[in-house]
Design a protein around this ligand. Structure first.
Ligand SMILES: Nc1ncnc2c1ncn2[C@@H]1O[C@H](COP(=O)(O)OP(=O)(O)O)[C@@H](O)[C@H]1O
Ligand SMILES: [Mg+2]
Length: 340
């Protein structure tokens, strides 16, 4: 049997450049070599595609040096592959851009396509679609940089109507970069300035009434996806910020989450429904806030290319569902080919 030629794309322009390379290393190792011929291209922080020797060096070092070629000159690089596995997080990777380029080139791609990727990348778009479907969410408002700079007082009073504290987030980043919790108008202004340095679009959300429990579900499949058991993240910090996410030992994973069976079933069903509503494919990690006192469950976000190291939440959730890491990456490639 002819082997399936897989190109793994890693690195990229987001804060998760290094995480992506670690994930890619695990995936490269785990794809069964009797079935797959696997190559990897690392994308630099400047968005340039590194030639094979530099890519290999970047994989070994865990981060890319600058150099490489403009992506459009390199699009042909992807030719000759049966499928591309873009292990890329955040802007210019998880947001439909790479997916669109591969679609134009006629090459199947692991994970969601242009629409699902783009909508899930933008927190306001995600919430608007989910709201149209009636999913429970925290109250939120969109504010644009133009709106804030032309009429700051109008913007502030619109946002303050949510009540304090609020969470202020760039709409299109991830990894908690640029996210602040604001307790009053002074903090809100500072939080907005920080977020607008990073994005034209900012979402401001009412904080949940108390510190929520953070529960997550892994979804795997295309048109009839399955949901993993529910996992939970616990940590001491005030919220799940960048430092807590990426400092070893600051957060702990619990699978299955110790929550009532009925809540777990609700979360799993909601995860599948949201995956379909947002036109996701292949995989997604669906994140919720859960309030013990009231039993409320709020859908927070869908990550269409979640962290994928051997010890990341998504692969651990699927392992708990009986799909080990190697079977998981194999299945993801099969799902991409199935969508062709
Ligand atoms: N509305 C909210 N209420 C309570 N906590 C929140 C709220 N929004 C965000 N948080 C906290 O901030 C973290 C990061 O927010 P999130 O929207 O998941 O951003 P990212 O896409 O960067 O992961 C969450 O995991 C949670 O700890
Ligand atoms: Mg999150």
């Amino acid at each position: 049997m002819k082997k399936t030629r897989v190109l793994v794309l890693a690195g990229g322009q987001s804060e998760e450049h290094e995480v992506s390379i670690r994930s890619a290393r695990s995936i490269l190792e785990a794809l069964p070599k009797d079935r797959f011929e696997v190559t990897s291209t690392v994308i630099s922080r400047e968005g340039r595609w590194l030639p094979a020797p530099e890519s290999a060096r970047a994989l070994a070092n865990g981060s890319a040096a600058s150099g490489g070629a403009l992506v459009l000159h390199e699009a042909a690089t992807a030719e000759g592959y049966d499928v591309v596995f873009p292990v890329l997080h955040g802007p210019n990777g998880e947001d439909g851009t790479v997916q669109g380029m591969l679609k134009l080139a006629g090459i199947p791609c692991v994970g969601s396509g242009v629409l699902g990727s783009a909508v899930c990348m933008d927190k306001v778009m995600t919430k608007s679609v989910l709201a149209a479907h009636g999913f429970p969410q925290v109250a939120y408002r969109l504010v644009t940089r133009a709106e804030f700079s032309s009429k700051p007082e109008d913007a502030i009073s619109k946002l303050a109507a949510l009540g304090f504290p609020v969470f202020v987030k760039p709409a299109n980043l991830g990894s908690s970069v640029g996210i602040s919790k604001a307790r009053n108008e002074v903090e809100l202004r500072a939080a907005l300035r920080l977020a607008f340095d990073l994005d034209r679009r900012v979402i401001v959300e009412a904080a949940t009434r108390s510190k929520p429990r953070e529960i997550e579900v892994g979804v795997l499949g295309n048109d009839s996806p399955m949901a993993s058991p529910v996992g939970e993240l616990t940590f001491d910090s005030e919220f799940y910020d960048y430092d807590t996410k990426y400092t070893a030992g600051k957060a702990e994973m619990h699978i299955p989450a110790k929550i009532p069976e009925a809540v777990s079933e609700r979360a799993r069903q909601m995860a599948i429904d949201a995956f379909k509503a947002l036109d996701c494919a292949g995989l997604a990690r669906v994140d919720f806030f859960y309030l013990d006192e009231t039993g409320e469950l709020f859908l927070n976000e869908l990550n269409t290319m979640p962290g994928f190291t051997k010890t990341s939440m998504y692969p651990e959730l699927l392992r708990a569902a009986g799909v080990d890491y190697s079977a998981l990456v194999t299945k993801l490639v099969e799902l991409a080919l199935e969508r062709r």
